[in-house]
Design a protein. Structure first.
Length: 251
């Protein structure tokens, strides 16, 4: 067994990380979102902010193999492309903020964003106004900033799509496509700035295996007719992750 792989299984909380990523994969498979909202709060108990961001984004790319072909057919690629273009310049700013802040402060930001996202979704909040060009740019930019700072690549766009009036299949496809693209952008920035440790690459590879498998399972379970059941399960799991990852559980 390679030394890097052996050291990965000695990572603090490795089995919790594997279990959490496996659960997140199932949710991502049948909803198109939720990986970061479930994994990042829990991972913060065992890893530093930079390690969390590197792990979640590199692992997230693995799901693209399973989900992207189907999502590509049903997505609005023009709209997703606009969101990604707006996110591009904000990712480096988010990474800078993450490095400048104390680890505990980053974890509180994660808890507030993840918890706030969950409350907004559970409340059934909806908007009826059409989002114009400037609104879409602002949404993409905010997603890039928050994704780079915390690893939570999805909340802003999740609220944008799930709080809107789009059909569930379109929501799922657009979210999958955007999150895949944003993960690639963040990972590229991490490599360019030397922010990726070898052990985090190994950890991402290890987590990618159960994540890929459970994502495939989740995709097989996906049925648009069961949208409400999927959302209820996803919200419950996200809530448990947010509560479990609160900084108050560590000194």
């Amino acid at each position: 067994m390679p030394d890097g792989l052996l050291q990965t299984f000695q990572t603090n909380g490795i089995w919790w990380l594997i279990l959490t990523m496996s659960v997140a994969g199932i949710v991502r498979g049948f909803t198109g979102f939720g990986t970061a909202l479930i994994f990042v709060p829990v991972a913060g108990l065992f890893l530093g902010p930079a390690q969390v961001v590197g792990t979640i984004t590199m692992t997230g790319i693995a799901s693209t193999i399973a989900l992207l072909p189907k999502a590509w057919r049903h997505s609005d690629r023009g709209e997703v492309g606009l969101l990604l273009l707006a996110a591009l310049p904000m990712v480096p700013a988010g990474l800078w903020l993450m490095q400048a802040m104390e680890a505990t402060a980053v974890r509180w930001v994660v808890s507030v964003i993840a918890g706030g996202t969950l409350l907004a979704l559970v409340s059934g909040w909806r908007y009826t106004m059409k989002v114009g060009l400037l609104g879409a740019v602002a949404i993409g930019a905010a997603a890039g900033l928050i994704g780079g700072m915390t690893g939570l690549t999805g909340p802003v766009v999740i609220l944008f799509y799930l709080a809107g009036q789009s059909m569930v299949q379109s929501v799922r496809a657009n979210t999958i496509l955007f999150l895949a693209g944003l993960d690639i952008v963040i990972v590229a920035n991490l490599f360019l700035t030397g922010g990726v440790e070898t052990r985090i690459v190994w950890l991402a590879l290890v987590l990618a295996v159960p994540y890929f498998i459970t994502t495939m399972i989740g995709q097989a379970l996906f049925d648009p007719a069961r949208e409400k059941s999927y959302r209820l399960l996803a919200f419950t799991l996200i809530g448990l992750a947010v509560l479990g990852g609160l900084p108050i559980w560590q000194g």
